[in-house]
Design a protein around this ligand. Structure first.
Ligand SMILES: CC(=O)SCCNC(=O)CCNC(=O)[C@H](O)C(C)(C)COP(=O)(O)OP(=O)(O)OC[C@H]1O[C@@H](n2cnc3c(N)ncnc32)[C@H](O)[C@@H]1OP(=O)(O)O
Ligand SMILES: CC(C)C(=O)C(=O)O
Ligand SMILES: [Mg+2]
Length: 594
């Protein structure tokens, strides 16, 4: 039986991909060209364990922004930008930093010398320098780190994949292995007398290299460098050009993890790029498959579509309850510094750090977020614990924006896709006004009218202006005014005297045994201007340290249920104002009808 669904049609069920149903046609795209060229490798792994694993701790992080990121910039970083980036990474808590390709340029060389000579690298930070397997370049690289007291990693690389062997390097597999080992011997020789030096090897384009060939090279290099548990060698296995689905990379890493001869003396590292847009997935699955160390760039700068983004990786861990071991509590400052150093802007949808990633425009999301915030606040109150410490359960916000130093200001923004939840959230957070549900629905109609007409976003101030126009302004007819009212009590009897001006004439009436609102509605009714009050809500408007009372009144109007409001320092006056406004708006509605 087919695992795929059938679609019920008048002629009976048809397979979902039958031509009658699926109208997709072959495109003219020459996709066949890619079937074999970058020959995907067969991985001799029959049992895989990574799908059953979970991420439970942070890997060792190694930012390579100053080398791999830098080599991809239209304008590589000048010394000042390099230093600023380096200091940022130190402040964030990175303990191993690839600082450059010292044989590539004087700027890179000089930056490593700056680390050697100035006090910018704390003692516990390991300095990584990158070199091809070529003696003259290794010499220059080792020269650059002389005198550095910190732990130093000499990171040597050579591409190993067939296309690179044939097209770029011009060495068959066996010759290339010899070239790599020669480079490895040079590294050993040139670092003699440097007890702080450790070694890293990257078979560039590991992901397109035959597994057993690359395994053999890696074993040969760990033997040559005498990898030992107390002096492990870093084997960094890059997806230099991402070409397959992340599960394939995970299989490749698990294969190496299970078959390296000196596994306990190796720090298994990965270095995904993002050509398919799945660099993050590759890194996460690779860690499940046995990788212990991840190289990448903060926010994912790097060749072509970038290196894997180690900020997103770290915050993904945070979002799963795992300490990322790196401080992202001020992501705005990190982002500004990275943008300045790279001279590249982050996309507004960039995970965690983009301008729009903690913002909801759409109505149902806003409604859910608003309810989530209210529930969060209530739970903190019940538990008597700070809101920042209790479990996060706000829908549509995978992490509390406050964790990374972002405010709630921009969480909800209003446009034509928004609904009552978002509108009332903005008025509540900006002005402290708590709106009753039925008024929220009514106000949303006014706002929708505006956003449909303009197509633009509305700020809280603009929403407040719409609110005032709808509920606090006088209609076309405003011929009823409250001149005065006075409540007296004598012998336990309450009497209210109301003076109204109606149609230019002043009327005073006295009402016993009623409060001021009932007295006013009776007086209005007596003068032909009845107000049928359905409900009254009190709230307040925050303006700096002051606040005004706001009464919202629901009443029966000629054209249905309607709302008016009144504002004053005194709650009572605010309420009476709302009643008078209801009388006038009823008259305006009746006039509009005629
Ligand atoms: C995947 C990666 O990120 S790898 C890092 C890439 N980064 C960079 O290239 C940035 C810095 N690079 C440079 O400044 C220069 O390329 C240098 C200084 C390293 C070398 O410059 P040049 O000597 O002018 O060589 P050029 O860059 O034109 O070509 C590279 C040469 O090195 C060889 N080569 C490439 N990789 C390696 C390697 N890992 N080990 C040994 N030789 C290598 C190539 O086959 C080529 O040799 P050929 O000239 O005999 O054909
Ligand atoms: C680690 C090196 C060789 C690299 O940047 C890559 O392969 O992408
Ligand atoms: Mg790279």
């Amino acid at each position: 039986m087919s695992a795929f669904p059938t679609i019920a049609t008048p002629a009976g069920p048809v397979p979902y991909d039958a031509p009658a149903w699926n109208r997709q046609r072959h495109s003219q795209m020459p996709s066949h060209r890619y079937r074999d060229v970058y020959a995907r490798v067969e991985i001799p792994l029959t049992e895989r364990e990574w799908p059953n694993c979970r991420l439970t701790r942070a890997p060792l992080w190694v930012p390579v922004d100053l080398r791999d990121g830098n080599q991809a910039l239209p304008e590589p970083m000048d010394p000042a930008r390099k230093q600023r980036f380096f200091e940022l990474m130190v402040a964030m808590g990175y303990k191993e930093i690839e600082v450059g390709y010292p044989s590539a340029s004087q700027t890179d060389f000089d930056f490593v010398r700056l680390i050697a000579e100035a006090d910018i690298a704390p003692d516990d930070v390991t300095i990584v320098v990158f070199t091809p397997a070529r003696r003259d370049l290794i010499e220059r690289t080792v020269e650059s780190v002389r005198g550095i007291a910190n732990p130093v990693v000499i990171h040597m690389y050579t591409a190993t994949a067939p296309v690179w062997r044939d097209v770029v390097l011009g060495h068959p597999a066996s010759e290339l292995k010899e070239l790599i080992l020669a480079g490895g011997r040079d590294v050993l020789k040139l670092t003699e007398g440097m007890p702080n030096a450790r070694f890293e090897f990257s078979p560039e384009v590991f992901n397109l290299t035959e597994p057993d060939y690359v395994l053999d090279i890696c074993d040969a290099i760990t033997t040559l460098w005498d990898a030992a548990p107390e002096r492990p060698v870093i084997l960094n296995l890059p997806a230099t050009v991402e070409i397959a689905t992340p599960n394939v990379y995970a299989d490749q890493i698990e294969y190496m993890h299970k078959n390296l001869t000196r596994r306990e003396s190796v720090i298994l590292s990965v270095h995904p790029h993002n050509d398919r847009g799945t660099g993050i997935a590759c890194a996460e699955l690779a860690v499940l498959a046995g990788a212990q160390r991840v190289e990448g760039c903060v926010f994912g700068n790097g060749e072509r579509t970038g290196n894997v983004d180690i900020a997103t990786l770290a915050l993904n861990l945070h979002a799963q309850g795992v300490d990322p071991m790196i401080d992202f509590s001020d992501i705005g400052e990190i982002r500004r510094t990275v943008e300045h150093c790279n001279q590249l802007e982050l996309h507004p949808r960039h995970p965690y750090a983009g301008d729009l990633v903690h913002t909801a425009f759409s109505g149902t999301h806003q409604d859910a977020i608003k309810k989530g915030f209210a529930e969060h606040h209530a739970r903190a109150t019940v538990q008597r614990r700070p809101e920042r410490e209790i479990e996060w359960r706000v829908p549509y916000l995978p992490i509390d924006p406050a964790d990374i130093g972002r405010s709630y200001d921009a969480v909800i923004r209003v446009n034509s896709q928004s609904g009552k939840g978002g509108i009332s959230y903005l008025l509540e957070t900006r002005y402290g006004i708590e709106l009753p549900r039925r008024l929220q629905i009514d106000l949303a109609r006014h706002v929708q009218y505006h956003t449909d007409a303009t197509g633009t976003e509305l700020s809280a101030a603009q929403l407040w202006a719409i609110f005032q126009e709808a509920y606090l302004s006088d209609g076309t007819i405003a011929d009823v005014a409250l001149m005065s009212y006075e409540t007296t009590e004598a012998g336990g009897r309450v009497t209210t005297t109301v003076t109204l001006r109606v149609d230019g004439e002043v009327h005073t009436s006295t009402h016993s045994e009623t409060g001021p609102v009932e007295a006013l509605t009776s007086a209005l009714a007596a003068h032909g201007r009845p107000v049928d009050v359905l409900s009254l809500h009190q709230t307040s408007i925050r303006a700096g340290s002051d606040s005004d009372a706001l009464t919202l009144l629901e009443h029966r109007a000629p054209d249905g249920i309607s709302w008016t409001g009144g504002v004053d320092r005194s709650v009572l006056t605010a309420t009476l104002n709302a009643v008078i406004r209801a009388a006038n708006s009823t008259a305006s509605a009746l006039a509009g009808r005629r």
